[in-house]
Ligand binder design. Structure first.
Ligand SMILES: NC(=O)c1ccc[n+]([C@@H]2O[C@H](COP(=O)([O-])OP(=O)(O)OC[C@H]3O[C@@H](n4cnc5c(N)ncnc54)[C@H](O)[C@@H]3O)[C@@H](O)[C@H]2O)c1
Length: 339
């Protein structure tokens, strides 16, 4: 089999991470890229030495095996449906779509057309998250009582002012939670299991944007535990994401992609600083491409075998469902049940 070819749709910040990731995967190449903003497209194609497509249609009619959708979030749904119509496999940046209904439509259309979808949640590929999951599944924490994701991030006013889409309902689908906080929500539900209900407050306290910059939610999990999600872009100086899983026999704290606290019997060897691949708490560009590369490698292997990838559309939809329920609660003042 020849090289696995990726087309890249959107040539902004995250497309550079995709390009760097693809370059580090043997047997994977970039077929080319397209962006409506020609200077961005030309700069990207020059920097990575790849073909500049004249249109997204031209890319979809090319021999690319899969398309990395690196567009503003509000364009993910239409772009994914277009890729599916052209039978292209899809790497969909987070959030996979802005509503549960859109996510469901992508899942169904992809299944009907034999298209493989992976939704980027690169943190799940971090060794620290995998180890935490193993300890939980092995019962080492006893009865799980608490699961919290605390994402007290800072973004500058310019972060929103210099972007036409960030902080808007139509194109960002939300604020600190949908954009930055989705990573923590996905890891939390992956480690804790399904969320049954949410109750939330959301406010816009600092930034001149439509959506929230400060949010807190209380969660109830199917396993009986409770917990919380905090997501902000309003906090100075900004702190690293902390995910805390606490149980009757032991507790764990993930700080970004390292295990910062491991009070679990027999697992004390995890008390070491792991590889840090993110300093996104105060810098929108503060991630590296190594975990994206892990996810893309996995995706290529699944496409070749004709099996569904680990973080499929169904998996990607879970965080969207929780976030939409949290927004509904904040807007209505009511507890929202997901099940
Ligand atoms: N996984 C992560 O850690 C991570 C980090 C940052 C961003 N993201 C996600 O990646 C996506 C893009 O974010 P970004 O920071 O790269 O945004 P960006 O604004 O830097 O880039 C978006 C690009 O899309 C282009 N574009 C807009 N409409 C287009 C269209 N119709 N056709 C082709 N190109 C079009 C824009 O010109 C721009 O170059 C978002 O959904 C975001 O949530 C994920």
């Amino acid at each position: 089999m020849g090289d696995f070819k990726f087309g890249i749709l959107g040539c902004g910040f995250i497309s550079g991470i995709h390009a760097d990731a693809i370059k580090n995967i043997p047997g994977a190449v970039i077929a080319g890229a397209f962006d409506v903003h020609t200077p961005s497209k030309d700069a990207f194609c020059k920097a990575h030495g790849v073909r500049a497509f004249e249109s997204s249609e031209e890319m979809l009619l090319s021999d690319a095996d899969a398309i990395c959708i690196c567009l503003p979030s509000g364009l993910h749904f239409d772009a994914a449906m277009e890729c599916i119509r052209h039978k292209k496999h899809i790497v969909l940046e987070k959030p996979m779509a802005l509503t549960s209904k859109q996510a469901e439509n992508i899942i169904c259309a992809a299944e009907e057309n034999g298209v493989n979808v992976t939704v980027i949640s690169q943190l799940r590929y971090s060794p620290a998250v995998k180890e935490v999951k193993r300890m939980i599944d092995d019962g080492k924490l006893g009865t799980i009582t608490l699961g919290n994701a605390i994402m007290e991030y800072r973004r500058s006013p310019e972060y929103y002012q210099n972007s036409s889409w960030r902080g808007t309902w139509e194109m960002d689908g939300g604020g600190a939670l949908m954009n930055q906080g989705i990573h923590g929500v996905d890891i939390l539900q992956y480690l804790m299991g399904e969320v049954v209900s949410v109750f939330a407050y959301a406010k816009t306290l600092v930034h001149n944007i439509e959506t929230e910059d400060t949010l807190t939610a209380v969660l109830e999990y199917e396993n009986g535990a409770i917990g919380s999600v905090v997501a902000t872009t309003s906090v100075a100086p900004g702190y690293k994401r902390n995910i805390e899983i606490c149980g009757s026999k032991g507790s764990l704290k993930l700080c970004e992609d390292t295990i910062a606290v491991c009070d679990v019997e027999g697992e004390e060897h995890h008390r070491f600083p792991g590889k840090r691949t993110s300093n996104a708490e105060a810098h929108p560009g503060g991630i590296d491409s190594s975990l994206h590369a892990e996810q893309l490698r996995d995706f290529i292997s699944c496409v070749k075998k004709g099996v569904s990838p680990w973080i499929s559309g169904k998996e990607g939809k879970k965080a969207v469902d929780i976030i939409c329920a949290i927004y509904e609660s904040a807007q209505t003042g009511k507890k929202i049940y997901l099940k």
